[in-house]
Design a protein around this ligand. Structure first.
Ligand code: SAM
Ligand code: SF4
Length: 350
């Protein structure tokens, strides 16, 4: 079998995975499962979804092989996500195998943190570098209503375990909804500052399984700032290269003397109203082995099919490079005729 890593002469893309707009793909999100232990109302219905059959889901072996090809092609950051990645057995072992890749990618995880308290230490020992935890409210009843599970305490325990295991910064992602938790945004930020976590607010995107998203209902980045600015003094830091969040330094606000970390930041991810597509360096591998070059893509590249049919590393690398070269300029959510992709966020890998 040809090894992409060891034979650069077979790889016309040695300069990296470039698309036709000059963007270089360096960040791969791997969905470990489409299943989830929560049922966030803005993400999936109460009854869950039609889960992938087990034999369609990539094995650890297949994930590591594909990841090694991506890394040889210039991917330097891998984020594990889902569904809920920690419902998959053996994630720490998988992290250890990914951290042994050469060159070693930065390894991160996006999780609802229900089982993070039990797993954080092992994940960090295995090589996990960073974690993002999703938490939309600190109110127990609201959490139970929003996620349809009464598990707020587990998430808080998971956050503290991540910090205790040495992950820094621990980032928190919240999706705000006008009638549900928008008014709580300042409280969430103050709590995160006191606890030493980095809060980020994300605009809701039209990727919900129920197709209930409407632009009018979406809380915009502008609206989030309107709610935060009467309470906090924010100084824009601007966009960090290839990062979707607009970052702000929090100079002052409630409880200032008791804020924990020395870096006080908040991020706002305006994927809909101020998309960062022009700088997007992301690729996504679904749990069933389909490569997507955009969350909103309608086209997928079947890496699992090729891999199971016996494709060599070089053939898989060529498929990846071809897919990347055809990456669209942007997501076009605001264009007339926008059509939501068939797969919801939880089945793509958020
Ligand atoms: N289950 C894990 C979690 O919740 O962190 C990982 C997968 S989840 C799909 C990843 C992130 O996507 C979460 O922060 C979640 O809040 C966010 N999310 C889910 N549906 C979304 C949507 N339609 N628009 C924007 N963000 C969404
Ligand atoms: Fe599960 Fe994450 Fe979707 Fe919530 S946002 S239902 S935790 S996949």
């Amino acid at each position: 079998m040809t090894s992409v890593a060891s034979d650069p002469t077979v790889s016309p893309w040695v300069g990296g995975l470039l698309d036709s707009f000059g963007r270089k793909a360096e960040d791969l999100r791997i969905s470990l499962t489409d299943k989830c232990s929560l049922r966030c109302t803005y993400c999936m219905p109460a009854e869950g979804l039609q889960w992938l059959a087990k034999d369609r889901v990539l094995s650890d072996e297949e994930i590591v092989r594909l990841a090694s090809i991506f890394v040889a092609l210039g991917v330097n950051s891998i984020r594990l996500t889902g569904g809920e990645p920690l419902v998959r057995p053996g994630v720490a072992e998988l992290v250890a195998r990914l951290s042994a890749l050469d060159p070693r990618p930065e390894l991160s995880l996006t999780t609802n943190a229900l089982s993070l308290a039990d797993k954080a230490a092992a994940l960090v020992s295995a090589g996990l570098d960073r974690v993002n935890v999703s938490l939309d409210t600190l109110d127990r009843a609201r959490f139970a209503e929003l996620t349809r599970r009464d598990r707020l305490d587990d998430v808080i325990a998971g956050l503290h375990a991540a910090a205790a295991a040495g992950l820094n910064p621990v980032k928190i992602n919240a999706v705000l909804m006008r009638e549900i938790n928008l008014a709580e945004a300042p409280e969430l930020l103050e709590w995160a500052l006191r606890a030493g976590f980095e809060m980020r607010f994300i605009e809701h995107m039209p990727l919900d399984a129920q197709h209930a998203w409407t632009r009018a209902d979406m809380v915009t980045a502008e609206e989030v700032l309107t709610v935060l600015e009467p309470r906090f003094t924010l100084r824009p830091i601007g966009h960090i290269a290839n990062a979707p969040a607009e970052e702000f330094e929090v100079l002052d606000g409630p409880g200032r003397a008791e804020w924990a970390a020395d870096q006080h930041r908040v991020g706002i991810i305006a994927s809909v109203t101020r998309p960062f597509c022009r700088d997007c360096d992301r690729l996504r591998l679904t749990a069933d082995g389909q490569l997507r070059t955009c969350l909103f893509a309608h086209r997928e590249t079947d890496l699992r099919g090729a891999l199971r049919a016996g494709a060599s590393d070089d053939e898989l690398a060529r498929m990846i490079a071809t897919a990347v070269s055809a990456k669209a300029a942007g997501h076009a959510i605001s264009a007339p005729g926008f059509r939501q992709p068939d797969r919801p966020m939880s089945a793509i890998g958020g």
